[in-house]
Design a protein around this ligand. Structure first.
Ligand SMILES: Cc1ncc(COP(=O)(O)O)c(C=O)c1O
Length: 378
């Protein structure tokens, strides 16, 4: 019997090999085991319909959503204090990222992408025929977005600069002043910035302003996935200058046309209850973050850049060049999943989920501690 998911790296005889650029992290994330102590995710634990009061009764398959279900578009716009013509809806942040790239990039363009990176942000521009140019975010600099490094990487063909804020995988936040300066740099150079802000609402304290509201050269993409536990709705959007927004909507005409009105109705209800959903997330994230900080304080074999809250942490193994074997041992011997840093071009690191139940985090950290102890003894 043919396997459901043939290994994409070994082509089936007689069939052209798959040529889509690899997003190895996504492939791994879709097929990985989910052990009892699953510290491999990056979102807040999933809501159910019961977390969206009124949703069950309001769900309906009808309604015009040619350019997004209007009540949803208006709610997204109100959330950011912008007009609805600055909002283009999409299937998750993933869909929004794809549409922004499809709207802006053509073969021969250069795209600057941070390193470490979330790999679809590399694979999508590559698939569209753009050339990747990289700039570093370094552990030694606290993984901050260094504008001098961005400026030094610009080329005459740079069309787009891609960043995540907070940064996936480290959770490090870029502040408003640096984002404004990044927007100004893009403006001087005649290019744009894609700021994937899917994790922004999960930072602790007052929500920072979306980057797109700070500069007309910045396009923000986001969704309800990470900070609100609503990955299942696939509700994403781009915030941009009105002209770029219209280009993004026209790109959507060529991809999936429109979203699901059923999901968009539910997403509009989620927006009405966003404060309660944020409180639900905070109640999970804040104590888990404290717990993780305490754990790190007792682990001499690990070091990290402390992010301002968020749904993930990204510790580094001090004595090792790759966390691969460590992650594998956690999985096989301790029923614990973490994400190996190699998926983000940072092999000595591993990523740990914080948007999970306190019990699972506790058992997972205990397992990590025991595995590190084994290393220290052996
Ligand atoms: C930086 C980044 N962008 C986008 C996504 C996907 O988000 P969505 O579920 O909104 O498509 C992820 C998920 O891991 C991510 O880390």
């Amino acid at each position: 019997m043919p396997t459901l998911f043939p290994d994409p790296h070994s082509p089936i005889p007689g069939v052209r090999p798959i040529e889509v650029p690899r997003a190895d992290y996504l492939l791994w994330a879709k097929r990985r085991p989910h052990p009892a102590n699953d510290l491999g995710r990056s979102d807040v634990a999933a809501c159910t319909l019961a977390d969206l009061p009124g949703a069950r009764e309001a769900l309906e398959l009808t309604g015009r959503n040619d350019e997004g279900w209007e009540p949803l578009v208006h709610r997204v716009a109100a959330r950011y204090g912008v007009g609805p013509d600055h909002v283009a809806t999409a299937t998750g942040t993933s869909g929004a990222n794809f549409l922004v790239c499809a709207a802006l990039l053509r073969p021969g363009d250069d795209v600057l992408v941070e390193r470490p990176a979330y790999d679809p942000l590399l694979a999508v521009p590559a698939m569209l025929g753009a050339s990747l140019v990289r700039f570093e975010r370094r552990f030694e600099d606290g993984f901050r977005l260094d504008l001098d490094r961005v400026a030094a990487a610009l080329t005459p063909r740079t069309r787009l600069i891609v960043v995540t804020n907070p940064h996936n995988p480290t959770g490090v936040l870029t502040g408003a002043a640096d984002l404004r300066a990044l927007g100004a740099l893009a403006e001087r150079h005649g290019c744009y910035v894609l700021a994937d802000e899917v994790y922004l609402d999960a930072v602790s304290g007052a929500a920072p302003a979306a980057a797109a509201t700070l500069s007309p050269r910045i396009i923000t993409t986001a969704s309800l996935t990470k900070a609100y536990g609503l990955a299942g709705l696939r509700c994403g959007w781009a915030l941009a200058d009105t002209v770029i927004c219209e280009e993004i909507r026209r790109a959507r005409d060529l991809v999936d046309g429109t979203g699901s009105v059923l999901a968009e109705r539910a997403a509009a209800i989620a927006f009405d209850g966003l404060a309660a959903l944020a409180a639900r997330a905070r109640a999970m994230l804040a104590p888990n973050f404290e717990r993780f900080e305490a754990f790190m304080a007792g682990q001499p074999a690990l070091e990290w850049v402390v992010p301002p809250g968020g749904t993930v942490a990204f510790p580094r193994l001090r004595a090792t060049v790759s966390a691969d074997a460590f992650a594998e041992r956690l999985l096989r011997g301790f029923e614990t999943a973490v994400v190996p840093g190699r998926f983000f071009e940072a092999p000595p690191h591993f990523r740990v989920a914080l948007g999970i139940s306190a019990g699972v985090l506790e058992r997972g950290l205990d397992a990590i501690g025991r595995a590190l102890l084994q290393d220290a003894i052996s």
